[in-house]
Design a protein around this ligand. Sequence first.
Ligand code: ATP
Ligand code: MG
Length: 864
Amino acid sequence: MTSNEIRRQFLLYFESKQHHIVPSAPMVVKNDPTLMFTNAGMNQFKDIFLGNAPAPYPRVSDSQKCLRVSGKHNDLEEVGHDTYHHTMFEMLGNWSFGDYFKKEAIAYGWEFLTEVMKIDKENLYVTVFGGDEKEGLEMDMEAYNYWKEHISEDRILRGSKKDNFWEMGDQGPCGPCSEIHVDIRDAGEKARIPGRDLVNKDNPQVIEIWNLVFMQYNRLADGTLVPLKAKHIDTGMGFERLCMVLQGKKSNYDTDVFQPLIQEIARKAGKTYGQEEEADIAMRVCADHLRAVSFSIADGQLPGNAKAGYVIRRILRRAVRYGYTFLGFKEPFINTLVPTLVGQMGDQFPELKQQKELIQHIILEEELSFLKTLSNGIIRFEKYITDRNDKVIDGAFAFELFDTYGFPIDLTQLMAAEKGWTVDMAGFEKGLQEQKQRSRAAASVDTDDWVNVHPEVEERFVGYDTLATDVEIVRYRKVKTKDKEFFQLVFDQTPFYGESGGQAGDKGTISVNNEVTPILDTKKENNLIVHLVAKLPSDLNATFHAEVDAERRHATENNHTATHLLHKALRTVLGTHVEQKGSSVDNTRLRFDFSHFAKLTKEEIREVERLVNIDIRRNIPLEEHRAMPIAEAQKLGAMALFGEKYGEFVRVVKYAESIEFCGGTHVKATGNIGSFKIVYETAVAAGMRRIEAVTGEAANNLVNEYEDQLDALKEMFKNPKDLTGAIQKLQEENATLQAQIEKFQQQQAETIRKEFEQKVAANPIVVERIDGDINLLRNAMLQLRNEHPEMALVLGSGFGEKPSLMVVLGQQHVDAGKNAANIVRTAGKEMQGGGGGQPFLATAGGKNLEGLKKAMDVALSMIQ
Ligand code: ATP
Ligand code: MG
C-alpha cells in the first residue's frame, strides 16, 4: 500500500464511523504565545478542550502537519541519527468531543490496525495508566478491561504517570492514555527477547505508533484534579511510522514517503544509500529538513533572524552543513529537491504545489548566503591550524566560527579531530553564555548575514597613529533594532577605535567624491571592528576617506589617560590592595571601579585629586610598547587586570610610574588632560567603590557649576559677609518657631479636652466632627478617658482634605468587650481606608471624604 493510500484508508475508516474529516491546521502557529509550531494533532482543538469554544462536530478526524523542533517537544538532534523521529511529520488522529469515550476509542484503534490494516496482533503491545499514589489516582482499569476484549493480558503493560498520563499544560484538561506499540524485529530477535521487555525502551524497532488520550479530568490551578463534565478522546498516530510497519520496512526513510527524496539526494551526491553510516545520516537529514522547511515556507514562515524564522533557518543550515561535510555538496542543492517533494506530496497538500517556485527560490537564497560564510569559515579554520601548533582550538575561536560563520560546535570538533586537534569546550561554553547575556541585554536586535564586497582580509586598526586614512568596505550587513534599521561595515583597515576595554567607540565620517556617510558608532565584535551607519554609501566598491571625529576622540583620550593616573594615585593614597574592577570612559567623563573597603574621606579624595593634577602638570610623555612579550611587560611592573585573557604579546601604556596593560588610545603627554576633578565617590558593591571624574573643559565646567550655586545662595541671603553664619542663623530661628507651634498645639488640645469634658459630663457618648489634626488630640483624649470610664467618643475630621477617624473608649466599654481598633477598621471601610490601634483608642485614615459621615455612623452604632 502506498503512503497516500494509507492516509486515505485512515480517513475513510473514521468517516465510516461518523467522523467529520477536517483539513490539517497550518504548521506555523500565529497567535499562541506558548507555541511557535503545531506539535500535535490536538493543538487546533485546544479551545474546545478548554471550553472556550463549542465543538463544531462531535467526531472529527484528520492528518495534521506537525513540527517538533522547539519547546516541550524537540526531536531535532535525533533526526537523521535515528530512523523514526522527524522534525516535520504527519499525525493521524481521531477525536470525540464529549461523544464516545474509552470503549469505542480502543475498539476503533484496534479494528483499524488489525482488521483494516491487517497488522499481525502478535506484533502489538498496549500500555495503560498504572496509577499514581501521589496524585491519588488508581490504575485505569476501565481501559484495561476494554483492552482485554481485544488482546491477551500479557500484552497489556502498565505505564507510569510520565508515559501514560497526558496533560496539556500546568492547568486544564488531562487524563490517562493508552499507547499502542509495534514490534518489527525479525523472528530470531523476537525469540531471544520478548517484545514486552522493549516497550518504551528506545529500541528503534519496538516503537510507539499510536497514543490514545482519555481526557477526563481538569487540573485546577492549585494542582487538584476534578472530573470533567464532558469527556473527550484525543488520539495521535505517526503516519510515517505506520507506513514503515505496513510496507514491511525497518526505517521510516525506507518507505515511499522518503525514498524518492533519498534516492534523488544519493544520485546527486554520487553515492548509494545504505552503504556508509555517515552519508546515510546526512541524506536522512537533508530529506527530512527539506520537508520541514518547505512546509514552513508554504505556511508563511520564512527563514529569518528571530523566533520562528530563526528556528527554520537553523533547520535549513543543519541540512546544508550535513550535505557540505558528508555528501560533498559545495553548491546549493537542497532547493533542487523541491520539485521531487512537490511531485510526491503536492496533491495532498496543494499549498506546496501553489508555492513551488517561491519555496525553491527562498531555499536557494538561504543556501547561497550560508555556503559563503561556511567556506569563509573553513578558510579561517585552515589558517588557524597552520598558524599554530598547540593542537587545541581555543574556545574564543571556536565561538567565533559558531557566531560569525554559523559553524555548529560539533562541526568544529569534527574538523579539529580530522587534523588531530581538540577544542577547548569550556572556553566555547563561556563565549556562548556571554553572548546569551549580551543578546538578552540588547533584546530584539535582528542581524542579517554578512554580504562580501571585497575579498576577505584581516582588518587592521591604524587608529593609534592616525585619525584619517583611506579605507575599503570588505563586507556589510543589515541590523534592525525595534523600529530602526542600520548597517554594519567592516573595512580593510580603520582609524576608528571600536568600543572595548571600557573605552567608547569612535564616531566620524567616511566620504567619497561629495558623498559623506556618518559613522554613528564603532564596536568590536569578537576581534572584528564594525562601523555603524544609517545608510549604505551608494558605491560600496569605492575607496573612502575615513576621518575620526578628533575632538571627541581627544576628550575620550584625556579621560582614559586620567583613569590610569587615578589608578596609580589611589594605590598611593589608599594602598596597593586597590585593584581596578571596571572602567568606562567616553568624551564626557570617566568612571572607575576599584576594590577598597571604606568610604573615602574628604581628605583622601582631595589628596587623590591633587596627585593626579600633579602628574598632569608634569606633562609626562606617553611611552607605548605595542607588542611586548608578556614576561617582559610583567618585569617592567605593568599592571594587568584579573579575569582578562592576554596573548603572548601585549600592549603596554606607560606614563612614568603608571604602567598598564592596555589596548586603548591615550594622550601624547599628560599635560593635554588640563585638569582633573572628582564628581563623586560611592559604593557599588561589597568592598567595591566607584569614582566618577571629569577632565579638561568638563572639569572647568563642573567648577563653574559649583560657583553658580554658591552665587545663587549668596544672593538669597543678600550677599552676607559670612554665608555659613547667615544659614546657621536661619536654622536657629526655624527651630524656635517650631517650638512655639508645639506649645500652641498643646494649649489648644487642653482647651478641647476641657470642652469635651463638659460634653461627656452631659452625655457619655459623644460624636463630633472637628477640623483639626486628630493625632494632636491623642494625649488629651487619653487623659479624658482615664477620668471617665463611662465615656465613648467618635471623632471625625477632614483635615488636609483627607478623612480621618478616632474612636476612644472608657474602661467600661472595653470591659464590656468593645474594641476601638476593630471599630475603626470596620468603619474605616466606609471612607476607603483602614487603621488600627488599641482597644481603648484607635484611629483610621481614608481616601474618600464623602464617606466620613457614614464611617462615623458605623462607629457609633458599633459602640451602642
Ligand atoms: P516518541 O516516544 O516516539 O518520541 P511521543 O511520546 O513523543 O513518541 P506522542 O507525543 O504521543 O509521541 O505523539 C503521538 C504519535 O506521534 C507517536 O505515537 C508517534 O507515532 C508519532 N511521533 C511522535 N513524535 C514523532 C516524530 N518526531 N516523528 C515522527 N513521528 C512522531
Ligand atoms: Mg517524543
